[in-house]
Write a protein that binds this ligand. Structure first.
Ligand SMILES: Cc1ncc(COP(=O)(O)O)c(C=O)c1O
Length: 295
């Protein structure tokens, strides 16, 4: 099902401090962020009109920019208010929000010390996919050719656009083979994460997940770890080698977009979405519900 192209939609986009008509939110082709990857972004979800963990997302956006050596010229409160007002203007309840910050066009070269820093925020409808029975069938994942880079070679904890180059290549390759996503190892050959989500395993009621020392420590990942601990489920964050995959009973991935998605297979290795996955899927979906409505 082809959806409407993103540059042809209507509504409002918050752009450098003001709301502009959706199709007017343009950048010039000579934009540093486009040529040199000096761009960071966030992916947020609103449930029932409330943005889940907005403070954490805004903090990560600002931190990602700092790791790329630029400062977003808007305060946390301003960014949060813009995100919330955008939802109202767009008349959205269940939505995805995409703040993006980038270096502009003032200088075109590797050095871009004086380029203006831009910030834009877009939001569009994105209902949470939630048919538990359907979801529990699990998705199939392939193995990626590329690995997450050594933190000594890239700012690996930044949600930087450039780090997604190998994610898109890997996801396309996986989709050509009929998989929904690709599992990436890190530069040491340890299990790292998927192209847009973190990964968890369960064995004998204990959760095992890779230590987030070379990839994004997802906000959903942190939420799910807290939910598991609240349930009294032990969580081991540790180095996981791909050879260990056959020893696990359950597998699921987590992310703002993926929420908690059960995994049925990783490249021929099968898992049974079971009680740990089911519990955390349900706990996560109740955790994201707007607090105002729940009160
Ligand atoms: C590469 C990658 N890893 C992990 C995640 C999960 O992060 P979060 O739970 O903060 O959305 C994402 C999604 O943002 C991602 O793109």
């Amino acid at each position: 099902m082809a959806s409407e192209p993103f540059d042809k939609r209507s509504g409002w986009i918050w752009y450098d401090g003001a709301f502009v008509p959706w199709q007017d939110a343009q950048v010039h082709v000579l934009t540093h962020g486009l040529h040199y990857g000096s761009c960071v972004f966030e992916g947020e979800r609103a449930y029932g009109g409330e943005i889940f963990k907005l403070d954490e997302h805004t903090a990560r956006l600002k931190h990602s920019a700092e790791l790329l050596d630029f400062e977003i010229p808007y305060g946390t409160d301003e960014i949060n208010a813009a995100c919330r007002e955008l939802l109202v203007r767009q008349k959205l309840n269940d939505a995805y929000l995409r703040p993006v910050a980038w270096r502009g066009s003032d200088m075109m070269g590797v050095s871009a010390q004086h380029n203006q820093i831009h910030l834009a925020i877009a939001a569009w409808e994105w209902p949470s996919y939630f048919d538990p029975a359907q979801r529990l069938k699990g998705i199939r994942i392939g193995m990626a050719k590329y690995r997450r880079p050594d933190p000594m070679t890239a700012p690996s904890t930044s949600k930087a656009a450039g780090l997604y180059m190998i994610c898109t290549i890997s996801k396309h390759a996986a989709e050509r083979e009929g998989f929904a996503d690709a599992l990436m190892l890190d530069w040491r050959g340890r299990v790292a994460e998927c192209t847009g989500a973190n990964v968890f395993f369960a064995k004998d009621g204990v959760i095992h997940t890779p230590e987030a020392d070379a990839f994004l420590n997802g906000i959903t990942r942190q939420t799910v770890i807290a939910l598991a601990k609240r349930r009294g489920i032990e969580v081991m964050e540790r180095a996981i080698m791909p050879e260990e995959l056959p020893s696990f009973d359950e597998c699921f991935i987590t992310g703002t977009a993926a929420e908690v998605t059960p995994v049925a297979e990783i490249a021929g290795q099968h898992f049974q979405p079971g009680p740990v996955t089911k519990t955390l899927l349900e706990d996560y979906m109740s955790e994201v519900q707007p607090k105002k409505a729940a009160a």
